[in-house]
Design a protein around this ligand. Structure first.
Ligand code: 5AD
Ligand code: SF4
Length: 444
């Protein structure tokens, strides 16, 4: 029985694609090996969003080179965004790599295995097949990712994604709803809809088959057995009133939006080509909070973008306080070859300033998140149970609708949603104890 070892880097889209690779390889008779040194096939699903992602992967690829030297029959396959970005040079620079395929070509992994050393990434066309249509081997039994679109039509000046993932293409609503129904039959209760820009979903579909994102959210929430729907990531420019209304009116749609701001400075946002300024972003936050006052908002922020002054950075810090994020991912700008900023803008913020800013920003984010999460103490949260807590196996762990990890005392079965009284909060987690399911009024 041939064995494969798979390493995944990058975002949830890649984690999803890796589940499909597992499904595909399983259907081809491969078994997963926990040990790279024992594998016949070494697969990497790569990311290239920042220089640090490339560096991490290079270390792993060096390992593969060593293994290939010791066991020349091993097949080394590199998929994902880095592979796509290196399509011109990967076989020249890394001759021990046998197979390379881009993020839109997961479905071709099987064929490529058969026709080893055939370079797939040369032809950068998307052939209409979504990795979401492939068999899957899910990491988590009760939660699933659902691909709703691939690619991105935005032109954010720092971002490599449109280059490596191509133009945006929406999957048909039928295919999505059929997949969700099959997942629900298989025990899934929570789905996360995935796309680079989920809320422009459907705009490219033929008029007679078109469904907008808000409608899709409601339709997914209505699939019997589905208790929770999440999505990532939306672009602030495309969040419309109908999406906010779905959050307000459909209980299965979670009380959380990840709303990448990137910067709080209108000047920097313009140079980033985000198409909104600080005020428009704040107006959107206001409309969301008007519809769903308690909603959790999280974000992505970049510090050290070319030309970012102390004042621009101060605007980002003040945005965090003004919005009151429940959490944020913070990144140091990394110039990417092939992007507008990487090619045409001077990466002029000194490394010391970048380090100082990111440290300062993390402090503000943590303080803000701590204040925000404290509002849950004394409340009862509905927690989707995932299993024993990783840090303390005597307790259970799960997530609230607000997407906060909740560790709690008391018995509960994985895959169920249980009420937990919240006793304490940190900047990232909640702690509590299980309470009885409330009985409807009038029940004996
Ligand atoms: N440098 C730093 N961070 C980046 N991101 C995307 N491109 C870059 C870059 N060149 C961040 C953005 C995005 C998140 C996934 O990664 O914040 O939302
Ligand atoms: Fe990395 Fe972006 Fe590709 Fe995700 S889409 S794997 S974050 S480069």
């Amino acid at each position: 029985m041939p064995r494969y070892h798979l390493t995944t880097f990058g975002c949830q889209m890649n984690a999803h694609d890796s589940e499909r690779m597992r499904g595909l390889l399983g259907s081809l008779g491969y078994h997963e090996s926990p040990d790279r040194d024992a594998a016949d096939l070494i697969v990497f699903n790569t990311c290239t969003i920042r220089g640090s992602a490339d560096e991490r992967f290079m270390g792993n690829l060096g390992e593969a080179r060593r293994i290939k030297r010791e066991r020349p029959d091993v097949v080394v396959a590199v998929g994902g965004c880095w592979a796509q970005s290196q399509k011109e040079s990967v076989f020249r620079d890394f001759p021990f790599v046998d197979i390379a395929f881009g993020p839109g070509e997961v479905n071709r992994l099987g064929e490529l295995l058969a026709r080893e050393r055939l370079q797939a990434v040369g032809a950068f066309t998307f052939d209409g097949r979504f990795s979401g249509d492939l068999p899957s081997l899910r990491e988590r039994p009760h939660q699933a990712w659902v691909q709703i679109s691939v690619g991105c039509n935005c032109v954010c000046s720092y971002c490599i994604v449109p280059t490596v993932r191509g133009r945006e293409s929406s999957r048909s609503p039928q295919a999505i709803l059929e997949e969700v129904a099959a997942q629900a039959d298989d025990g899934v209760v929570e789905v996360t809809l995935l796309g680079q820009n989920v809320n422009s979903y459907g705009r490219d579909l033929p008029a007679d088959a078109r469904m907008g994102f808000a409608e899709l959210l409601a339709a997914v929430a209505a699939v019997p057995g589905i208790r929770r729907v999440r999505y990532t990531s939306p672009h602030p420019k495309d969040i419309r009133a109908d999406v906010i209304a779905v959050h307000r009116d459909v209980p299965e749609v979670c009380t959380h939006i990840h709303l990448p701001a990137q910067s709080g400075s209108s000047r920097v946002l313009k140079a980033m080509r985000r198409t909104y300024d600080r005020q428009r972003y704040l107006d959107l936050v206001g409309r969301i909070r008007e519809g769903v006052p308690d909603i959790a908002l999280t974000t992505d922020l970049i510090v050290g973008f070319p030309g970012e002054s102390d004042a621009d950075f101060a605007d980002t810090e003040s945005l965090v306080r003004e919005v009151g994020y429940d959490g944020a991912y913070t990144f140091v700008y990394s110039a990417r070859p092939g992007t507008e900023a990487g090619e045409q803008m001077d990466d002029d913020v000194p490394p010391e300033a970048k380090s100082e800013r990111i440290a300062g920003l993390i402090e503000v984010v943590q303080a803000t998140a701590r204040e925000r999460l404290a509002r849950h103490v004394g409340r009862v949260a509905e927690v989707l149970v995932e299993g024993p807590s990783r840090t303390d196996p005597s307790r259970m762990s799960g997530r609230s609708s607000h997407n906060v990890t909740v560790n709690f005392d008391g018995a509960a079965e994985a895959g169920t949603i249980v009420p937990v009284a919240i006793d304490a909060a940190t900047s990232t987690t909640l702690a509590g104890h299980r309470v009885p399911v409330p009985q409807p009024a009038g029940a004996a």
